[in-house]
Design a protein around this ligand. Structure first.
Ligand SMILES: [Zn+2]
Length: 358
């Protein structure tokens, strides 16, 4: 990765984009992808997309989707002593919340608070995970008025302070919110690679950075309805099962460093999956597999059932410690998924149709 890509990735990861508050991050993403695409748009709630137009008449449209939001907190109540109670935005894990620093986006800018943690010596609830309403934010204030004077109110949102960190000489990337910003980055890198390699796709390519995935895949549903893609690949993270204590008998076998993960299941179209496998085999790109008997838990589940159905695939980046401040991904996997998507797009023909036929 060059300097420009690195700068974008660290700014994009540093930016706080809890569910419902994605716009600032969307502007960073759109600015990066703009030179490599023909158009950039966003809808009423802030899902953004960039379009690379095919030069062929009547070309179908492929949507590559990632989500722009990250998990976080929203303030629900500030008591007389200045302690703030929160609700979770998305699947925030209360088991690891106490003792952490949180950045809130106040009316006058960023305000840091800490999640209080009663000392081990004097607490009586052992190691039990707290309920969300048992967590409290300490802003270093003694009253509600003092907290409000910092620009914090009911409805102010926050995310963990933890920014990007490289492990082992850049082999692994650690950060909060790699889910799914690292995949928004992958999509932008695909657009850039197509541009720099002078590849003119046979299909129109829509790079979508959709909002509010963490509370039910809302943005991708809106975007798919609006843009009527002919096929979609949703790129999100999946659980790597190669860290201690995970049972592969139960969760399957997904490792960091062995490439992207293609999902099989009712929402994932067999024709699209077969094409992805063919492309990967021909190009010698590593890929892993997972399956589900029901849903993928990603935007795929909502994109595929849009209107009369959109042939969709779920392609995932292996991730350790999902929904924690130390989400960990392999940078080789990031590049491998970029290569895979570029190869897939290069292989598309205007007459391709992934729908089933009798
Ligand atoms: Zn995700």
């Amino acid at each position: 990765m060059d300097e420009h890509a690195n700068e974008f990735l660290s700014a994009y990861l540093d930016n706080a984009s809890p569910t419902g508050m994605e716009m600032e991050g969307q502007r960073l993403w759109a600015a990066y992808i703009a030179p490599y695409t023909d158009e950039q748009h966003c809808d009423a709630y802030g899902s953004a997309w960039a379009v690379l137009r095919s030069e062929q008449p009547g070309a179908p449209t492929l949507m590559l989707d990632a989500h722009a939001d990250e998990i976080g907190f929203t303030i629900r109540y500030i008591d007389d002593k200045g302690f703030a109670r929160v609700d979770r935005l998305g699947g925030t894990d209360t088991a690891i919340a106490r003792g952490r620093r949180v950045r809130f986006t106040g009316t006058d800018g960023e305000v840091i608070g800490v999640i209080g943690n009663t000392a081990i010596h004097i607490r009586d609830d052992g190691d039990k995970a707290p309920k969300i309403w048992e967590l409290y934010i300490d802003f270093g204030c003694d009253s509600r008025e003092e907290v409000e004077a910092l620009g914090i109110r009911v409805g102010t949102t926050g995310v963990y302070c933890d920014g990007p960190l490289l492990l082992n000489d850049g082999k692994r990337l650690v950060c909060r919110a790699l889910d799914d910003k690292l995949c928004g980055f992958i999509n932008a890198q695909v657009a850039r690679a197509l541009h720099e390699q002078g590849i003119k796709p046979a299909w129109n390519i829509v790079f979508a950075n959709s909002i509010q995935e963490e509370i039910g895949c809302i943005g991708a549903s809106m975007v798919a309805y609006h843009l009527r893609p002919d096929a979609a690949i949703c790129i999100d993270v999946t659980h790597a099962t190669d860290s201690p204590g995970l049972d592969k008998n139960r969760y399957g076998d997904v490792c960091l460093g062995k490439g992207g993960v293609l999902c099989f299941g009712p929402t994932c179209h067999p024709n699209l999956n077969a094409r992805i496998e063919r492309v990967v085999d021909a190009a010698g790109i590593p890929m892993q597999y997972e399956s589900t008997g029901r849903f993928t838990g990603t935007n795929t589940d909502f994109v595929y059932r849009t209107r009369a159905g959109v042939p969709s695939a779920s392609l995932s980046l292996p991730l350790r410690y999902m929904h924690s401040p130390v989400e960990t991904a392999d940078m080789g996997d990031v590049q491998s998924i970029v290569d895979l998507l570029v190869a897939f797009i290069r292989d598309l023909r205007v007459e391709d149709d992934f729908r089933h036929k009798l």
